[in-house]
Write a protein that binds this ligand. Structure first.
Ligand code: GLY
Length: 393
């Protein structure tokens, strides 16, 4: 551990078992309260002044709301939660059958947390059918020249010939599809993408590129760039967090030792760039006094990645990363979580979806608000800290 990380972590409390359970009880109460408005509809990607509005099942983020319903169901086995989860799984089957906004790579974010969860938890065959169809959709975006899954936009155009670091979390869906169908094609594509992605998105100093272009003619690596980070050479906080969890998932499914080393390096960079309350600013370039907004969702995503990786590390390293995850989540609970149902209909404040800078290409939205994956990974981290959780991923 570097001196900087040691100083940062020194004396910080870990989330106690009791506080973890209280936080999860509150989150589950909030989810149940929200079912009235959000069972046939979904929550939008981010809140506005602390409150989510309803949306039909159309964007890349709706699975995170269904995932919260399933995590809440696992917590207390309340039937209304199960019924709502199943209604939403059916909506996901309709969505994939009618190809509603599925021409992008986020099939894992959408279908692991909703339909794979429904199948794993209650044996829902609708969920299974939908998730296999989603895996079939995802592999249509595989580019053999360069061996990667193309993130966005029409296929086979140089300006869209790229993958993004976030996609590492879409790949567990493919491993699951191979396990369920016995067809290796899903896993083979996942493995190729993981190799291409991890070989190219991690820079020499272990910061990461958000997006990476490949040469369309030769398949050779071309160049990295950002979309949602501050600038090309900076480290977008959530990209780094996707990298932490992505390396843990890569190791979970391949058991290749280099991914364990990559996990340690990428996590080290993230920790080195945290402010004193362990919740990053939206880009790791920014620190205390910058006046920039935080991205609390990155803290919970990184904690989930550390808790996943702890399952495979030796005892000492596992204890180290579990302890850090506990410290991060203590701060998220204490300083960022919603404490009063009247304050917000979400769970975690101060996330940033996309902040415009003079150097990036994103559409500004959801700055310093709750966002739906921030809420989901908060519940996942609390569940991981308090139970022996079987991931939906
Ligand atoms: N995967 C898109 C994002 O993290 O905003």
């Amino acid at each position: 551990m570097s001196e900087k990380i040691e100083t940062l972590l020194k004396g910080k409390p870990e989330l106690s078992e009791e506080r973890c359970r209280e936080a999860m009880d509150f989150a589950v109460k909030q989810v149940k309260e929200n079912l009235k408005e959000f069972t046939n509809d979904f929550k939008k990607a981010y809140s506005e002044d602390g409150f989510y509005k309803p949306t039909p099942n159309v964007n890349w983020t709706t699975g995170f709301w269904t995932g919260q319903i399933w995590l809440a169901y696992e917590w207390n086995k309340d039937e209304p939660l199960k019924e709502a989860g199943l209604i939403q799984a059916k909506s996901f089957l309709d969505r994939i059958e009618n190809k509603v906004e599925v021409d992008h790579h986020d099939m894992g974010f959408l279908y692991s947390t909703s339909c794979v969860a429904a199948y794993k938890l209650v044996g829902d065959e609708t969920g299974k059918e939908a998730a296999i169809k989603a895996a079939d959709q995802l592999i249509t975006r595989f580019q053999p020249v360069g061996e990667f899954i193309q993130a966005w936009g029409p296929m086979n155009q140089p300006e869209n010939y790229r993958f993004i670091i976030d996609c590492l979390l879409n790949l567990p869906l493919l491993y699951w599809a191979t396990d369920e169908t016995g067809d290796r094609k899903y896993r083979d594509i996942a493995e190729k993408h993981i190799h291409t992605a991890i070989s190219n998105v991690i820079r020499e100093d272990y910061s990461t590129w958000h997006t990476f272009f490949m040469n369309m003619e030769t398949g050779a690596p071309d160049h990295g760039s950002t979309c949602q980070g501050y600038r090309d050479g900076s480290a977008w906080a959530r990209g780094q967090a996707w990298g932490i969890y992505g390396c843990a998932m890569a190791y979970r499914y391949t058991k290749r030792p280099e991914y364990m080393e990559d996990f340690k390096h990428v996590t080290g960079y993230f920790l080195e760039h945290l402010p004193s309350d362990l919740v990053p600013y939206w880009d790791l370039e920014f620190g205390e006094g910058s006046g920039e907004p935080r991205d609390s969702s990155s803290a919970s995503i990184a904690a989930c990645g550390m808790l996943e990786m702890a399952k495979y590390l030796d005892k000492e390293d596992a204890a180290y990363y579990t302890s850090i995850a506990g410290k991060i989540m203590e701060s998220v609970v204490e300083n960022y979580s919603v404490k009063d149902l009247k304050e917000s209909n979400g769970l975690v404040l101060h996330s940033t979806y996309s902040k415009k800078s003079p150097y990036n290409t994103c559409t500004p939205e959801g700055v310093d608000e709750c966002n739906i994956w921030g809420d989901y990974f908060y519940m996942e981290a609390l569940t991981r800290l308090s139970t022996d959780w079987n991931p939906y991923w």
